[in-house]
Design a protein. Structure first.
Length: 150
């Protein structure tokens, strides 16, 4: 198992985005057109045909992205933009994922036992990545390593 972490990340949320086909494309195409790399994306329904769209990206692009999102916000009818610079990403890769159901659950359980809140999750067949508080990264690594040693 390999664990990587990144702490030069910011989580941005675009609030009360209309829940309509093509809106996510507008947001992320615009960012892509400006060479902004997005690491992780989630969206959560907030009811009444609205969603909050959150994504993680490099902190160095924050000012440019905020300018772009304020323009996009007006075009698509979103409510506001917020961000959190005190986050990081922890990613776990390895053979533990290959055909072994429950691996992601073990990771999330280890983080929960360590009192670490997960703000965003992305999983695939071979990895799991979580956005967590930057100050919890080392504790998260230790908790996951401990969980998989037993």
């Amino acid at each position: 198992m390999e664990i990587k972490h990144f702490d030069d990340i910011v989580k941005i949320t675009l609030h009360s985005v209309p829940d309509k086909p093509g809106i996510a494309a507008q947001i992320f195409q615009e960012l892509g057109d400006h060479s902004i790399n997005v690491e992780l994306i989630t969206h959560v329904s907030t009811g009444k045909d609205k969603v909050d769209v959150s994504f993680a990206m490099l902190k160095s692009d924050l000012d440019e992205v905020l300018n772009l999102l304020n323009k996009i916000k007006a075009k698509i009818g979103a409510k506001e933009v917020s961000y959190d610079k005190e986050v990081g990403i922890i990613s776990v890769y390895g053979k533990e994922f290959e055909g072994k159901p429950g691996t992601a659950g073990k990771i999330f359980s280890a983080l929960g036992k360590a009192g670490i809140n997960i703000e965003m999750i992305n999983t695939s067949f071979s990895s799991a990545s979580c956005v967590i508080s930057k100050r919890s990264i080392q504790s998260a690594i230790e908790a996951i390593e401990k969980e998989f040693k037993t």
